[in-house]
Design a protein. Sequence first.
Length: 476
Amino acid sequence: MQEILKIVFLLFVSLLLFSCNSILNSSPRSPNFILILTDDQGWTSTSVKMSEKIEMSKSNYFETPNLERLAKNGMRFSRGYSAAPVCSPSRYSIQFGQTPARLSMIRVGMNTNHINHNSHVTIPKILKKINPKYVTGHFGKWGIDVAPSILGYDFDDGSNGNKEGVFTNNKSQWEVEISEDPKNIFSLTKKSIDFIKDQAKSKSPFFLQISHYAIHTNIMTNKSALDKYKSKESTDIHKNAGYAGMIENLDDGLGLILNKLDELGLLENTYIIYTSDNGSVPTIPARKFYKKGINFPLSRGKWDAMEGGVRVPFIIAGPGIKKGSQSNTPVIGYDLLPTIIDIANPSFIPDKNIDGGSFKNILFSEIDGKITRAYKGLFFHVPYENKIALERAHSSVIQDNFKLIKYRDNNEVRLFDLESDISETKNISEIYPSIAKDLEILMDGYLKDVNSIKWREGLNWKNVDINKVNSFYSHN
């Protein structure tokens, strides 16, 4: 009898161990994330129709078939925004999930000693906290004042800026150069593919950010693409063959990434995010005054917080996302951190100083759902004059369909309804004074809450210690 009981007990233990092991093996794998961040790519500078309602939200001259492929397999956001109209603030914002205003990082060339670069709240550091097996990599343009490893990246190719991607700050940047590796597109793609292959081999979950130097000047493309666009009929908006070739070469790089993911069987567990650090330059060469720029029907472009400077391509594909879908909910670069973390681990509680909100619900169920953020608006802050742009310090807030811009030199306020006036041509602040006032109070209140830096005449914030200047918003 004792022998029978012993046998029954051993069978029970074996069955229990088998069941536990099956549960562990069937538990969901940590997903992979690839963030492809392009440089200066405007909302209308692809062949993807970013809004079904707006015919000119795609280009009839530029061709991006691989981005079309990504959009067909995922969701495009008709109102996707970069956090700033210039690169470095936008790049900081993505990594930390905070607005450039909160970070007091609002332009290229700032002194950033006031920023806690050792913060535990960055995309790679939080992912590693969720699952220590995550491997993280960054390749390409960095634009942040410490090494990628400080923010938690295991692999990187350096603290690169524009010069590493071929940039000369003179008139020659607008001349077309022929290259077999334009703007390092293909060498950067190879580094990224090698990283992906290594993680596939070791079966490690990964986060990879590919930060392209394209399509920032210098204008570079390979000969075959240049010849193609020289012979193609252009439009009155998009007409530069070299620029078109560079955009196609950038898209070729995306295609190589997608093909490799497919080959390795990784698409079923990988989220691919495609967006830009800010909108396109408004003209080639850059000019201050023009009628219709590259970003038309959007107004203005890079350097200004008008729609042309901050509305950008924003496409995400991955498991569970409805293919070929479009969301009209406004999303922004600093929403990426909480969204990625929410997908990786829904129970993880983000830091209280995160400005972004997760839009996971939009990706998986409510296409035009709401996003919960600490503040009910998207904030843009440009507290200095830029001579190539509007040359007026300004701040902006978007809430639902309304956008308010406030100029700091004379406190002029302009209100636009982006649903009916995407070109920002009709100031309706006098028609809807209460909405304008509420948005102004919201925006200025936010700047005070985060003690952001404040415009002062003659101050451009370049290479200055902000604490010594001592020009901040406050409630005092």
